[in-house]
Design a protein around this ligand. Structure first.
Ligand code: MN
Length: 228
């Protein structure tokens, strides 16, 4: 094949223990913890819904390092959302929740960075969320940990400049990983390399230039990202 210009590099996420996971797509679940749904003005009982980010929105942060994102354009209200990320290793469509674990390759700590002012304006106008959610560097992620089984419980926290801002437990997910995969694979054919950001617990808030975010999920390590 003769490309008319050099194609962009394939986005990859480093794997804990070695190797790199090539990213195909990024799916995100909206409002998947009751308290966060409530802080966004909803009851927390709606069926799951999804949005996407481009694969190259990934900012992969290797083990023990501090990643860096630039404060994005157009916003005055950049929010952190700490999330469990599920990596798909085996594709499929119409996957039943009970069979979903076999499709999971691994897990990571991720940040669904959000231009909240632009997202809120899009909601008000009935417009797509892309400009609020799918911008450059909007998906920081730590190393992937190969799955050894279902990840149904465990603390998920985010600190900003050492101060605790978000705190939850994976057991509080409204829709668990299997159910997310069931719903998602009804709408899209999942493929190896897909990442699913599974939603954030309560306590979202703004960061400014110079802030350092430190997210942690028990067993998956720490994701540290500075806003430059
Ligand atoms: Mn989110």
């Amino acid at each position: 094949m003769t490309y008319v210009f050099k194609p962009a590099a394939l986005p990859v996420v480093p794997v804990h223990g070695g190797g790199e996971f090539p990213v195909h797509r990024i799916y995100c679940v909206g409002r998947n913890y009751v308290e966060h749904a409530q802080e966004m003005g909803h009851s927390g009982r709606e069926p799951p819904f999804f949005f996407t980010k481009p694969a190259d929105a990934i900012v992969a942060v290797p083990e023990g390092e501090t990643g860096r994102i630039h404060y994005p354009s157009l916003t005055k209200n950049l929010h952190h959302e700490i999330e469990l990320v599920v990596a798909i290793g085996r594709g499929g469509r119409d996957i039943a929740a009970a069979a979903a674990q076999a499709h999971v390759w691994g897990y990571a700590v991720g940040l669904d960075m959000t231009r909240r002012d632009l997202q809120n304006e899009a909601k008000k106008q009935g417009r797509p969320w892309c400009i609020g959610k799918a911008f450059d560097e909007a998906a920081p992620i730590g190393p992937l940990h190969p799955a050894t089984g279902a990840l149904a419980a465990g603390a998920i926290t985010l600190k900003v400049n050492g101060q605790l801002k978000q705190k939850g437990d994976l057991s509080q997910l409204i829709w668990n990983v299997g159910e997310i995969i069931e719903h998602l694979s009804a709408g899209w054919a999942l493929q190896p390399g897909d990442l699913i950001y599974t939603g954030t617990p309560a306590g979202v808030g703004a960061v400014v230039k110079g802030d350092v975010m430190e997210g942690e999920i028990v067993g998956l390590g720490t994701l540290k990202v500075a806003v430059a």
